[in-house]
Design a binder for this molecule. Structure first.
Ligand code: ATP
Length: 136
């Protein structure tokens, strides 16, 4: 079965939404294979966000991800990569569809769009790479 790497970002942890986010994944039918809370290191974030290096939002994004604990999980299930991204909704919480994690639980936009509660891998290759970064 397929695996994906998800992160509850510092805004989600601080707001006490970890359980709600994991509940949505579990009730959809995905299995939590691994789960931990941690403080991200700059090395982990440099690897995780390598594709965004050099973009204007890169450093604010890394600083935000360092600002508090994150929860990392490996989810398993049939087509879980696409399925979890569908649960998460589009990048900007203000306009993400109602029914999605970002659409129901967030309302940040503009330079605060980094506060979009959750990350989910976007392909089989990035899932395996990101699982390596966060779970070794
Ligand atoms: P993720 O990969 O985290 O699931 P995504 O695929 O919706 O999110 P990407 O375009 O890969 O979004 O961007 C990664 C993250 O960088 C976003 O989740 C968001 O937190 C942040 N980000 C993206 N675009 C911007 C921007 N213009 N300004 C600030 N932060 C941004």
């Amino acid at each position: 079965t397929e695996r994906t790497l998800i992160l509850v970002k510092p805004d989600g942890v601080e707001r006490g939404l970890t359980g709600e986010i994991l509940r949505r994944a579990e009730t959809k039918g995905y299995r939590i294979a691994e789960l931990k809370q941690l403080r991200a290191s700059t090395e982990q974030l440099a690897a995780h966000y390598a594709e965004h290096e050099g973009k204007p939002f890169y450093q604010p994004l890394v600083d935000f991800m360092l600002s508090g604990p994150v929860v990392a999980a490996i989810l398993e299930g049939d087509r879980v990569i696409e399925g979890f991204r569908s649960l998460a909704g589009t990048t900007e919480p203000t306009t993400a569809a109602p029914g999605t994690i970002r659409g129901d639980l967030g309302r940040d936009w503009g330079e605060k769009v980094q506060k979009n509660l959750v990350h989910g891998s976007d392909s089989v290759e990035s899932a395996e790479r990101e699982i390596g970064i966060w779970f070794g």
